[in-house]
Design a protein around this ligand. Structure first.
Ligand SMILES: NC(=O)c1ccc[n+]([C@@H]2O[C@H](COP(=O)([O-])OP(=O)(O)OC[C@H]3O[C@@H](n4cnc5c(N)ncnc54)[C@H](OP(=O)(O)O)[C@@H]3O)[C@@H](O)[C@H]2O)c1
Length: 379
């Protein structure tokens, strides 16, 4: 198998190392595309160098929407298998890529796009062969989990915890995709598309991130023995699904998933609940997911993604109490079931409502909200 690698950064370098170290001469990386020129002969800055007959599989680990979209499309049309870790481009163009792969009789593989080293996508596909997936949820972003964990454990401010995450290489210099929840939004779109055989429009998933969280919020959660996590949630309701991303306050197993770890959980009719904890990002864990896709190709063990159902996102049945922190002058008393206050803020438990309803009322940067998980809820 001759491989063309698109990108040789944090993930690409590890993928290259692992393939170069493989004992089998049957798998080799023959061309590597990067933005900046390198001196090793395999490297190129011209994508067309990868479109020759020598290469049968493209591994895309360059990121971004464009030109990743054009390169993946061109590769599938040139009858090359594609393995991608790029959740942004997959979430947006999943159906187009999956259909193109089927049309061209090649494979499109995406294990590394959600949960890093956690074998999440293949597990969803495996369960679906014999069972019906009813719901899934998870901490799907290591950077925000690390920030929240540091805020809880070491009483750091959000800014200090973010700087710490950046120093450790967990957060990018522009962290907005992580802290505003868009990274989890992409991962939820991909997970739901796989779990329910339906293509999800990622832009329709409501999202609230952790960019506005304050030490005051963490102090409040601690006083109630709660831990805050940024999570994605989905449930299958027959003719529709619920799907949303927001912070949640909880105290069960998920509360103990600290550091930069991820947890992915799904419930299906026969199997019940399955939970997997592991490294959700980082060069080596993500590269192992890419390599497991590659070995599947090698062993001819691939399942195409089919989107036979048409399911809309409808969150109207997902009614919850929320924690809402607002400035005193912005107090929305009509939302409150109960509240406490200090000199600056109101800390409220809202009446039962959906995230969509709450977001239509409070959109200011000056609030923080988190779903208060119902003890009886079995996610
Ligand atoms: N990092 C993680 O932990 C992780 C985990 C899961 C999934 N992912 C996904 O994996 C992908 C790669 O992430 P990464 O962290 O490895 O990114 P990265 O470190 O920024 O590396 C990107 C690589 O792609 C190359 N590249 C970018 N744009 C290009 C263009 N227009 N033309 C040619 N080459 C281009 C860069 O070339 P230069 O080296 O010349 O700049 C670099 O080698 C992303 O989609 C990301 O979401 C990453």
């Amino acid at each position: 198998m001759k491989i063309g690698l698109l990108g040789c950064g944090v993930v690409g370098k590890e993928v290259l190392k692992m393939i170069d170290a493989m004992p089998s001469e049957k798998v080799e990386v023959v061309r590597i595309l990067t933005r900046n020129k390198r001196h090793e002969p395999r490297f190129t800055t011209d994508f067309n160098d990868l479109m020759n007959d020598d290469i049968d599989t493209i591994i895309e680990v360059m990121g971004g929407l464009h030109p990743a979209y054009e390169y993946i499309k061109a590769s599938l049309n040139a009858k090359k298998n594609v393995i991608s870790a790029n959740k942004a481009v997959i979430a947006k163009y999943f159906k187009e890529f999956a259909d193109l792969a089927i049309e061209n009789e090649v494979s499109f593989k995406i294990e590394a796009s959600v949960g890093g080293g956690i074998p999440w996508i293949r597990e969803l596909q495996r369960i679906k062969r014999m069972d019906t997936i009813q719901q899934f949820s998870g901490i799907f972003n290591g950077t925000t989990n690390y920030i929240l964990d540091r805020m809880h454990q070491y009483e750091l401010s959000f800014e200090t915890a973010l700087m710490d995450a950046q120093k450790k290489g967990y957060a990018e210099s522009d962290p907005s995709s992580d802290i505003d929840g868009f990274d989890i939004q992409n991962k939820c779109a991909i997970s739901a598309s796989v779990a329910y055989d339906t293509f999800i429009d990622v832009d329709k998933i409501p999202v609230f991130g952790i960019a506005s969280i304050l030490k005051e919020d963490i102090d409040y959660f601690k006083s109630k023995n709660l831990v805050c996590k940024l999570m994605g949630f989905s449930r299958h309701y027959g003719s529709s699904i619920s799907l949303y991303v927001c912070p949640v306050c909880l105290n069960g197993l998920m509360a103990h998933v600290g550091d930069n770890l991820n947890i992915a959980s799904c419930t299906s009719q026969q199997l019940g609940k399955l939970e997997m904890i592991g490294q959700g990002a980082g060069g080596s864990p993500t590269a192992t997911a890419v390599i497991s896709d590659l070995l599947d190709l090698f062993e001819n063990n691939t399942t195409p993604f089919l989107f036979h159902h048409s399911l809309d996102i409808d969150n109207s049945k997902e009614l919850h109490h929320f924690y809402l922190r607002q400035r005193i002058e912005d107090f929305h008393e009509e939302l409150a079931l109960s509240y406490e206050k200090d000199e600056t803020y109101i800390y409220m438990k809202t009446k039962r409502m959906t995230l969509n309803e709450l977001l239509s009322i409070v959109s200011s940067k000056d609030v923080f909200l988190a779903l208060l998980e119902d003890k009886h809820e079995n996610r």
